[in-house]
Design a binder for this molecule. Structure first.
Ligand SMILES: *Cc1c(COP(=O)(O)O)cnc(C)c1O
Length: 217
């Protein structure tokens, strides 16, 4: 199956949900192929790899999203090269992103990454820490708080996946109410669980293997 075939199948299944192609480890050629098939949002996890691709593909009007863990010393470059960050989980990084964004009229779109499962290996804040972090972000002019992101445990059961994603939808709704804001984004769902995520209210699914095939590394 080609990349275009996979994109067409996805599009039939997902209504108006946005597809973010998770393009870590993919070549510039594969990204161009996905772009030709109609994908305009791409997500990268590793800064240096991403910067090479962004430079090489600058002739295409791609919207670049950062979806990996952000090291403090790399925050400045993330702020200067990406339209979205999905993986914010610390005030310190929020402040660095804000200070490094040079275009006041074009804030970085931000999702706070939530870690419900308290898996220490994963990034993300505990759901209880989401409200203070959201309040902090709201004070920063060059960040636009758009929503929440999660990476749940990989469990092969659609009902379990659905319940798992529903926690993020409920948290978003309750934060909107408590802080009197209108976060419109839920970044949730990957190749193996995007249907459950959409059922639970996802607005952006992050798809890697479902578009590009198995990663080679
Ligand atoms: C790799 C990655 C994805 C996509 O995973 P697939 O299982 O290949 O669809 C989504 N989100 C993040 C944060 C990733 O690192």
């Amino acid at each position: 199956m080609t990349i275009a075939d996979r994109v067409n199948i996805l599009n039939k299944n997902i209504g108006d949900v946005t597809i973010l192609a998770a393009s870590k480890s993919q070549s510039n050629e594969s990204i161009e192929e996905a772009y030709a098939a109609g994908i305009t949002n791409f997500g990268e996890n590793y800064l240096q790899e991403a910067l090479n691709k962004i430079a090489h593909l600058k002739h295409l009007p791609i919207c670049w999203h950062f979806i990996g863990a952000i090291q403090s010393k790399k925050a400045k470059s993330v702020a200067q090269n990406f339209s979205w960050v999905h993986s914010l989980d610390r005030e310190k990084i929020a402040l660095k992103l804000n200070d490094a964004r040079d275009d006041i009229n074009n804030p970085i779109n931000i999702c706070i990454q939530i870690n419900f499962d308290e898996e220490s290996a994963k990034s993300g804040v505990n759901p209880k820490e989401a409200e203070p972090l959201a309040s902090y972000i709201l004070q920063l002019q060059n960040l636009k708080l758009r929503g929440l992101m999660m990476i749940p445990k990989a469990i092969d059961n659609e009902d379990y996946q659905y319940e798992s994603f529903l926690r993020l939808t409920k948290l978003r709704d309750s934060l909107n109410q408590r802080l009197n804001i209108t976060m419109d984004t839920l970044s949730m769902g990957m190749s193996h669980d995007y249907l459950a995520a959409i059922r639970a209210g996802s607005t952006i699914i992050r798809i890697g293997t479902g578009i590009f095939g198995q990663r080679v590394r």
